[in-house]
Design a protein around this ligand. Structure first.
Ligand code: SF4
Ligand code: SF4
Ligand code: SF4
Length: 262
């Protein structure tokens, strides 16, 4: 199946936050108490009950105030740090469309995916299970647009064939973010300024510590486990089963009292 993606043109966003509301409604996410911080940005970041969020970036440029908006969400990375670090197979996974979804039944609450994500996306709900944007996989599997895309009145958010959307964006001569990074993001942005202005990493990368865990510590742990199993089996074959004394304690006559075996 051809890879799908969001194309998010932040120059079109009017910060109406219909996307936030539509997502909460479709995914039955609970309302949250918030405080007035003197800004329209609300809540201030993603939460377990908010899968996409409009950030308000206020700038003083040439003595004029400039507002930029940023739709923060899971980037649906082609090379996803969250999937790479997760020790429970299937808790986070790529859908046939190339989006990154999750299965809470398989989440073991280790929270490693938080450290594996270069974009600070995964959150945990009251059950301590992973939660984030799943690209409305229930809708797209049935040929429907994601709820946030459907609700956006300015076509800031679009969803479709990744190659076709990128080709269209390139033809417009606009700056694109996420085309190649991490084997291509599933949320490709059109930005009016440098990525850092939108609090995006210029060169997103999976933290190196993940590779230490995945490629060194975890295999060593597995090697250690099977090494111990092999040693136990060898001991069993060589000396026979351990015996229990009258108190149920385990001891090995042959090792503790070698003279008995003589
Ligand atoms: S943005 Fe983070 S949570 Fe989303 S796919 Fe990439 S690594 Fe995973
Ligand atoms: S794609 Fe669906 S789950 Fe993701 S932010 Fe949009 S509405 Fe929410
Ligand atoms: S619905 Fe569209 S225009 Fe409104 S805040 Fe979201 S992305 Fe921006």
């Amino acid at each position: 199946m051809a890879r799908k993606a969001f194309l998010i043109d932040m120059s079109r966003c009017i910060a109406c936050r219909s996307c936030q509301v539509a997502c909460k409604q479709w995914n039955k996410l609970e309302p949250e108490a918030t405080v007035n911080r003197g800004t329209y940005e609300n809540p201030p970041q993603l939460t377990p009950q908010l899968y996409n969020q409009i950030q308000f970036i206020e700038q003083d440029k040439d003595n004029e105030v400039r507002w930029l908006f940023m739709n923060q969400r899971c980037m649906h990375c082609g090379d996803a740090g969250c999937i790479k670090v997760c020790p429970s197979a299937g808790a986070l996974y790529h859908t046939p469309e190339g989006m990154v979804a999750f299965n809470q039944d398989k989440c073991i609450e280790c929270h490693y995916c938080v450290n594996g994500c270069p974009f600070d996306v995964p959150r945990y709900d009251q059950k301590k299970k992973v939660t984030k944007c799943h690209a409305c996989m229930d809708r797209i599997a049935n040929g429907l647009a994601p709820a946030c895309v459907k609700a956006c009145p300015t076509q800031t958010l679009r969803f479709g064939d990744r190659d076709a959307l990128i080709a269209e964006a390139k033809a417009s001569g606009k700056k694109i973010y996420g085309e190649e990074d991490l084997k291509g993001l599933g949320a490709v942005y059109i930005l009016e300024d440098a990525p850092e202005t939108y609090q995006l990493p210029a060169k997103p990368a999976i933290p190196a510590s993940i590779f230490l865990w995945k490629d060194v510590i975890k295999p060593l742990g597995i090697l250690g486990f099977w090494g111990a199993m092999g040693a136990a089996l060898l001991h069993y074959v060589t000396f026979g089963p351990k015996k229990l004394d009258e108190f149920g304690r385990r001891h090995d006559d042959d090792l503790n009292h070698p003279e008995k075996g003589a």
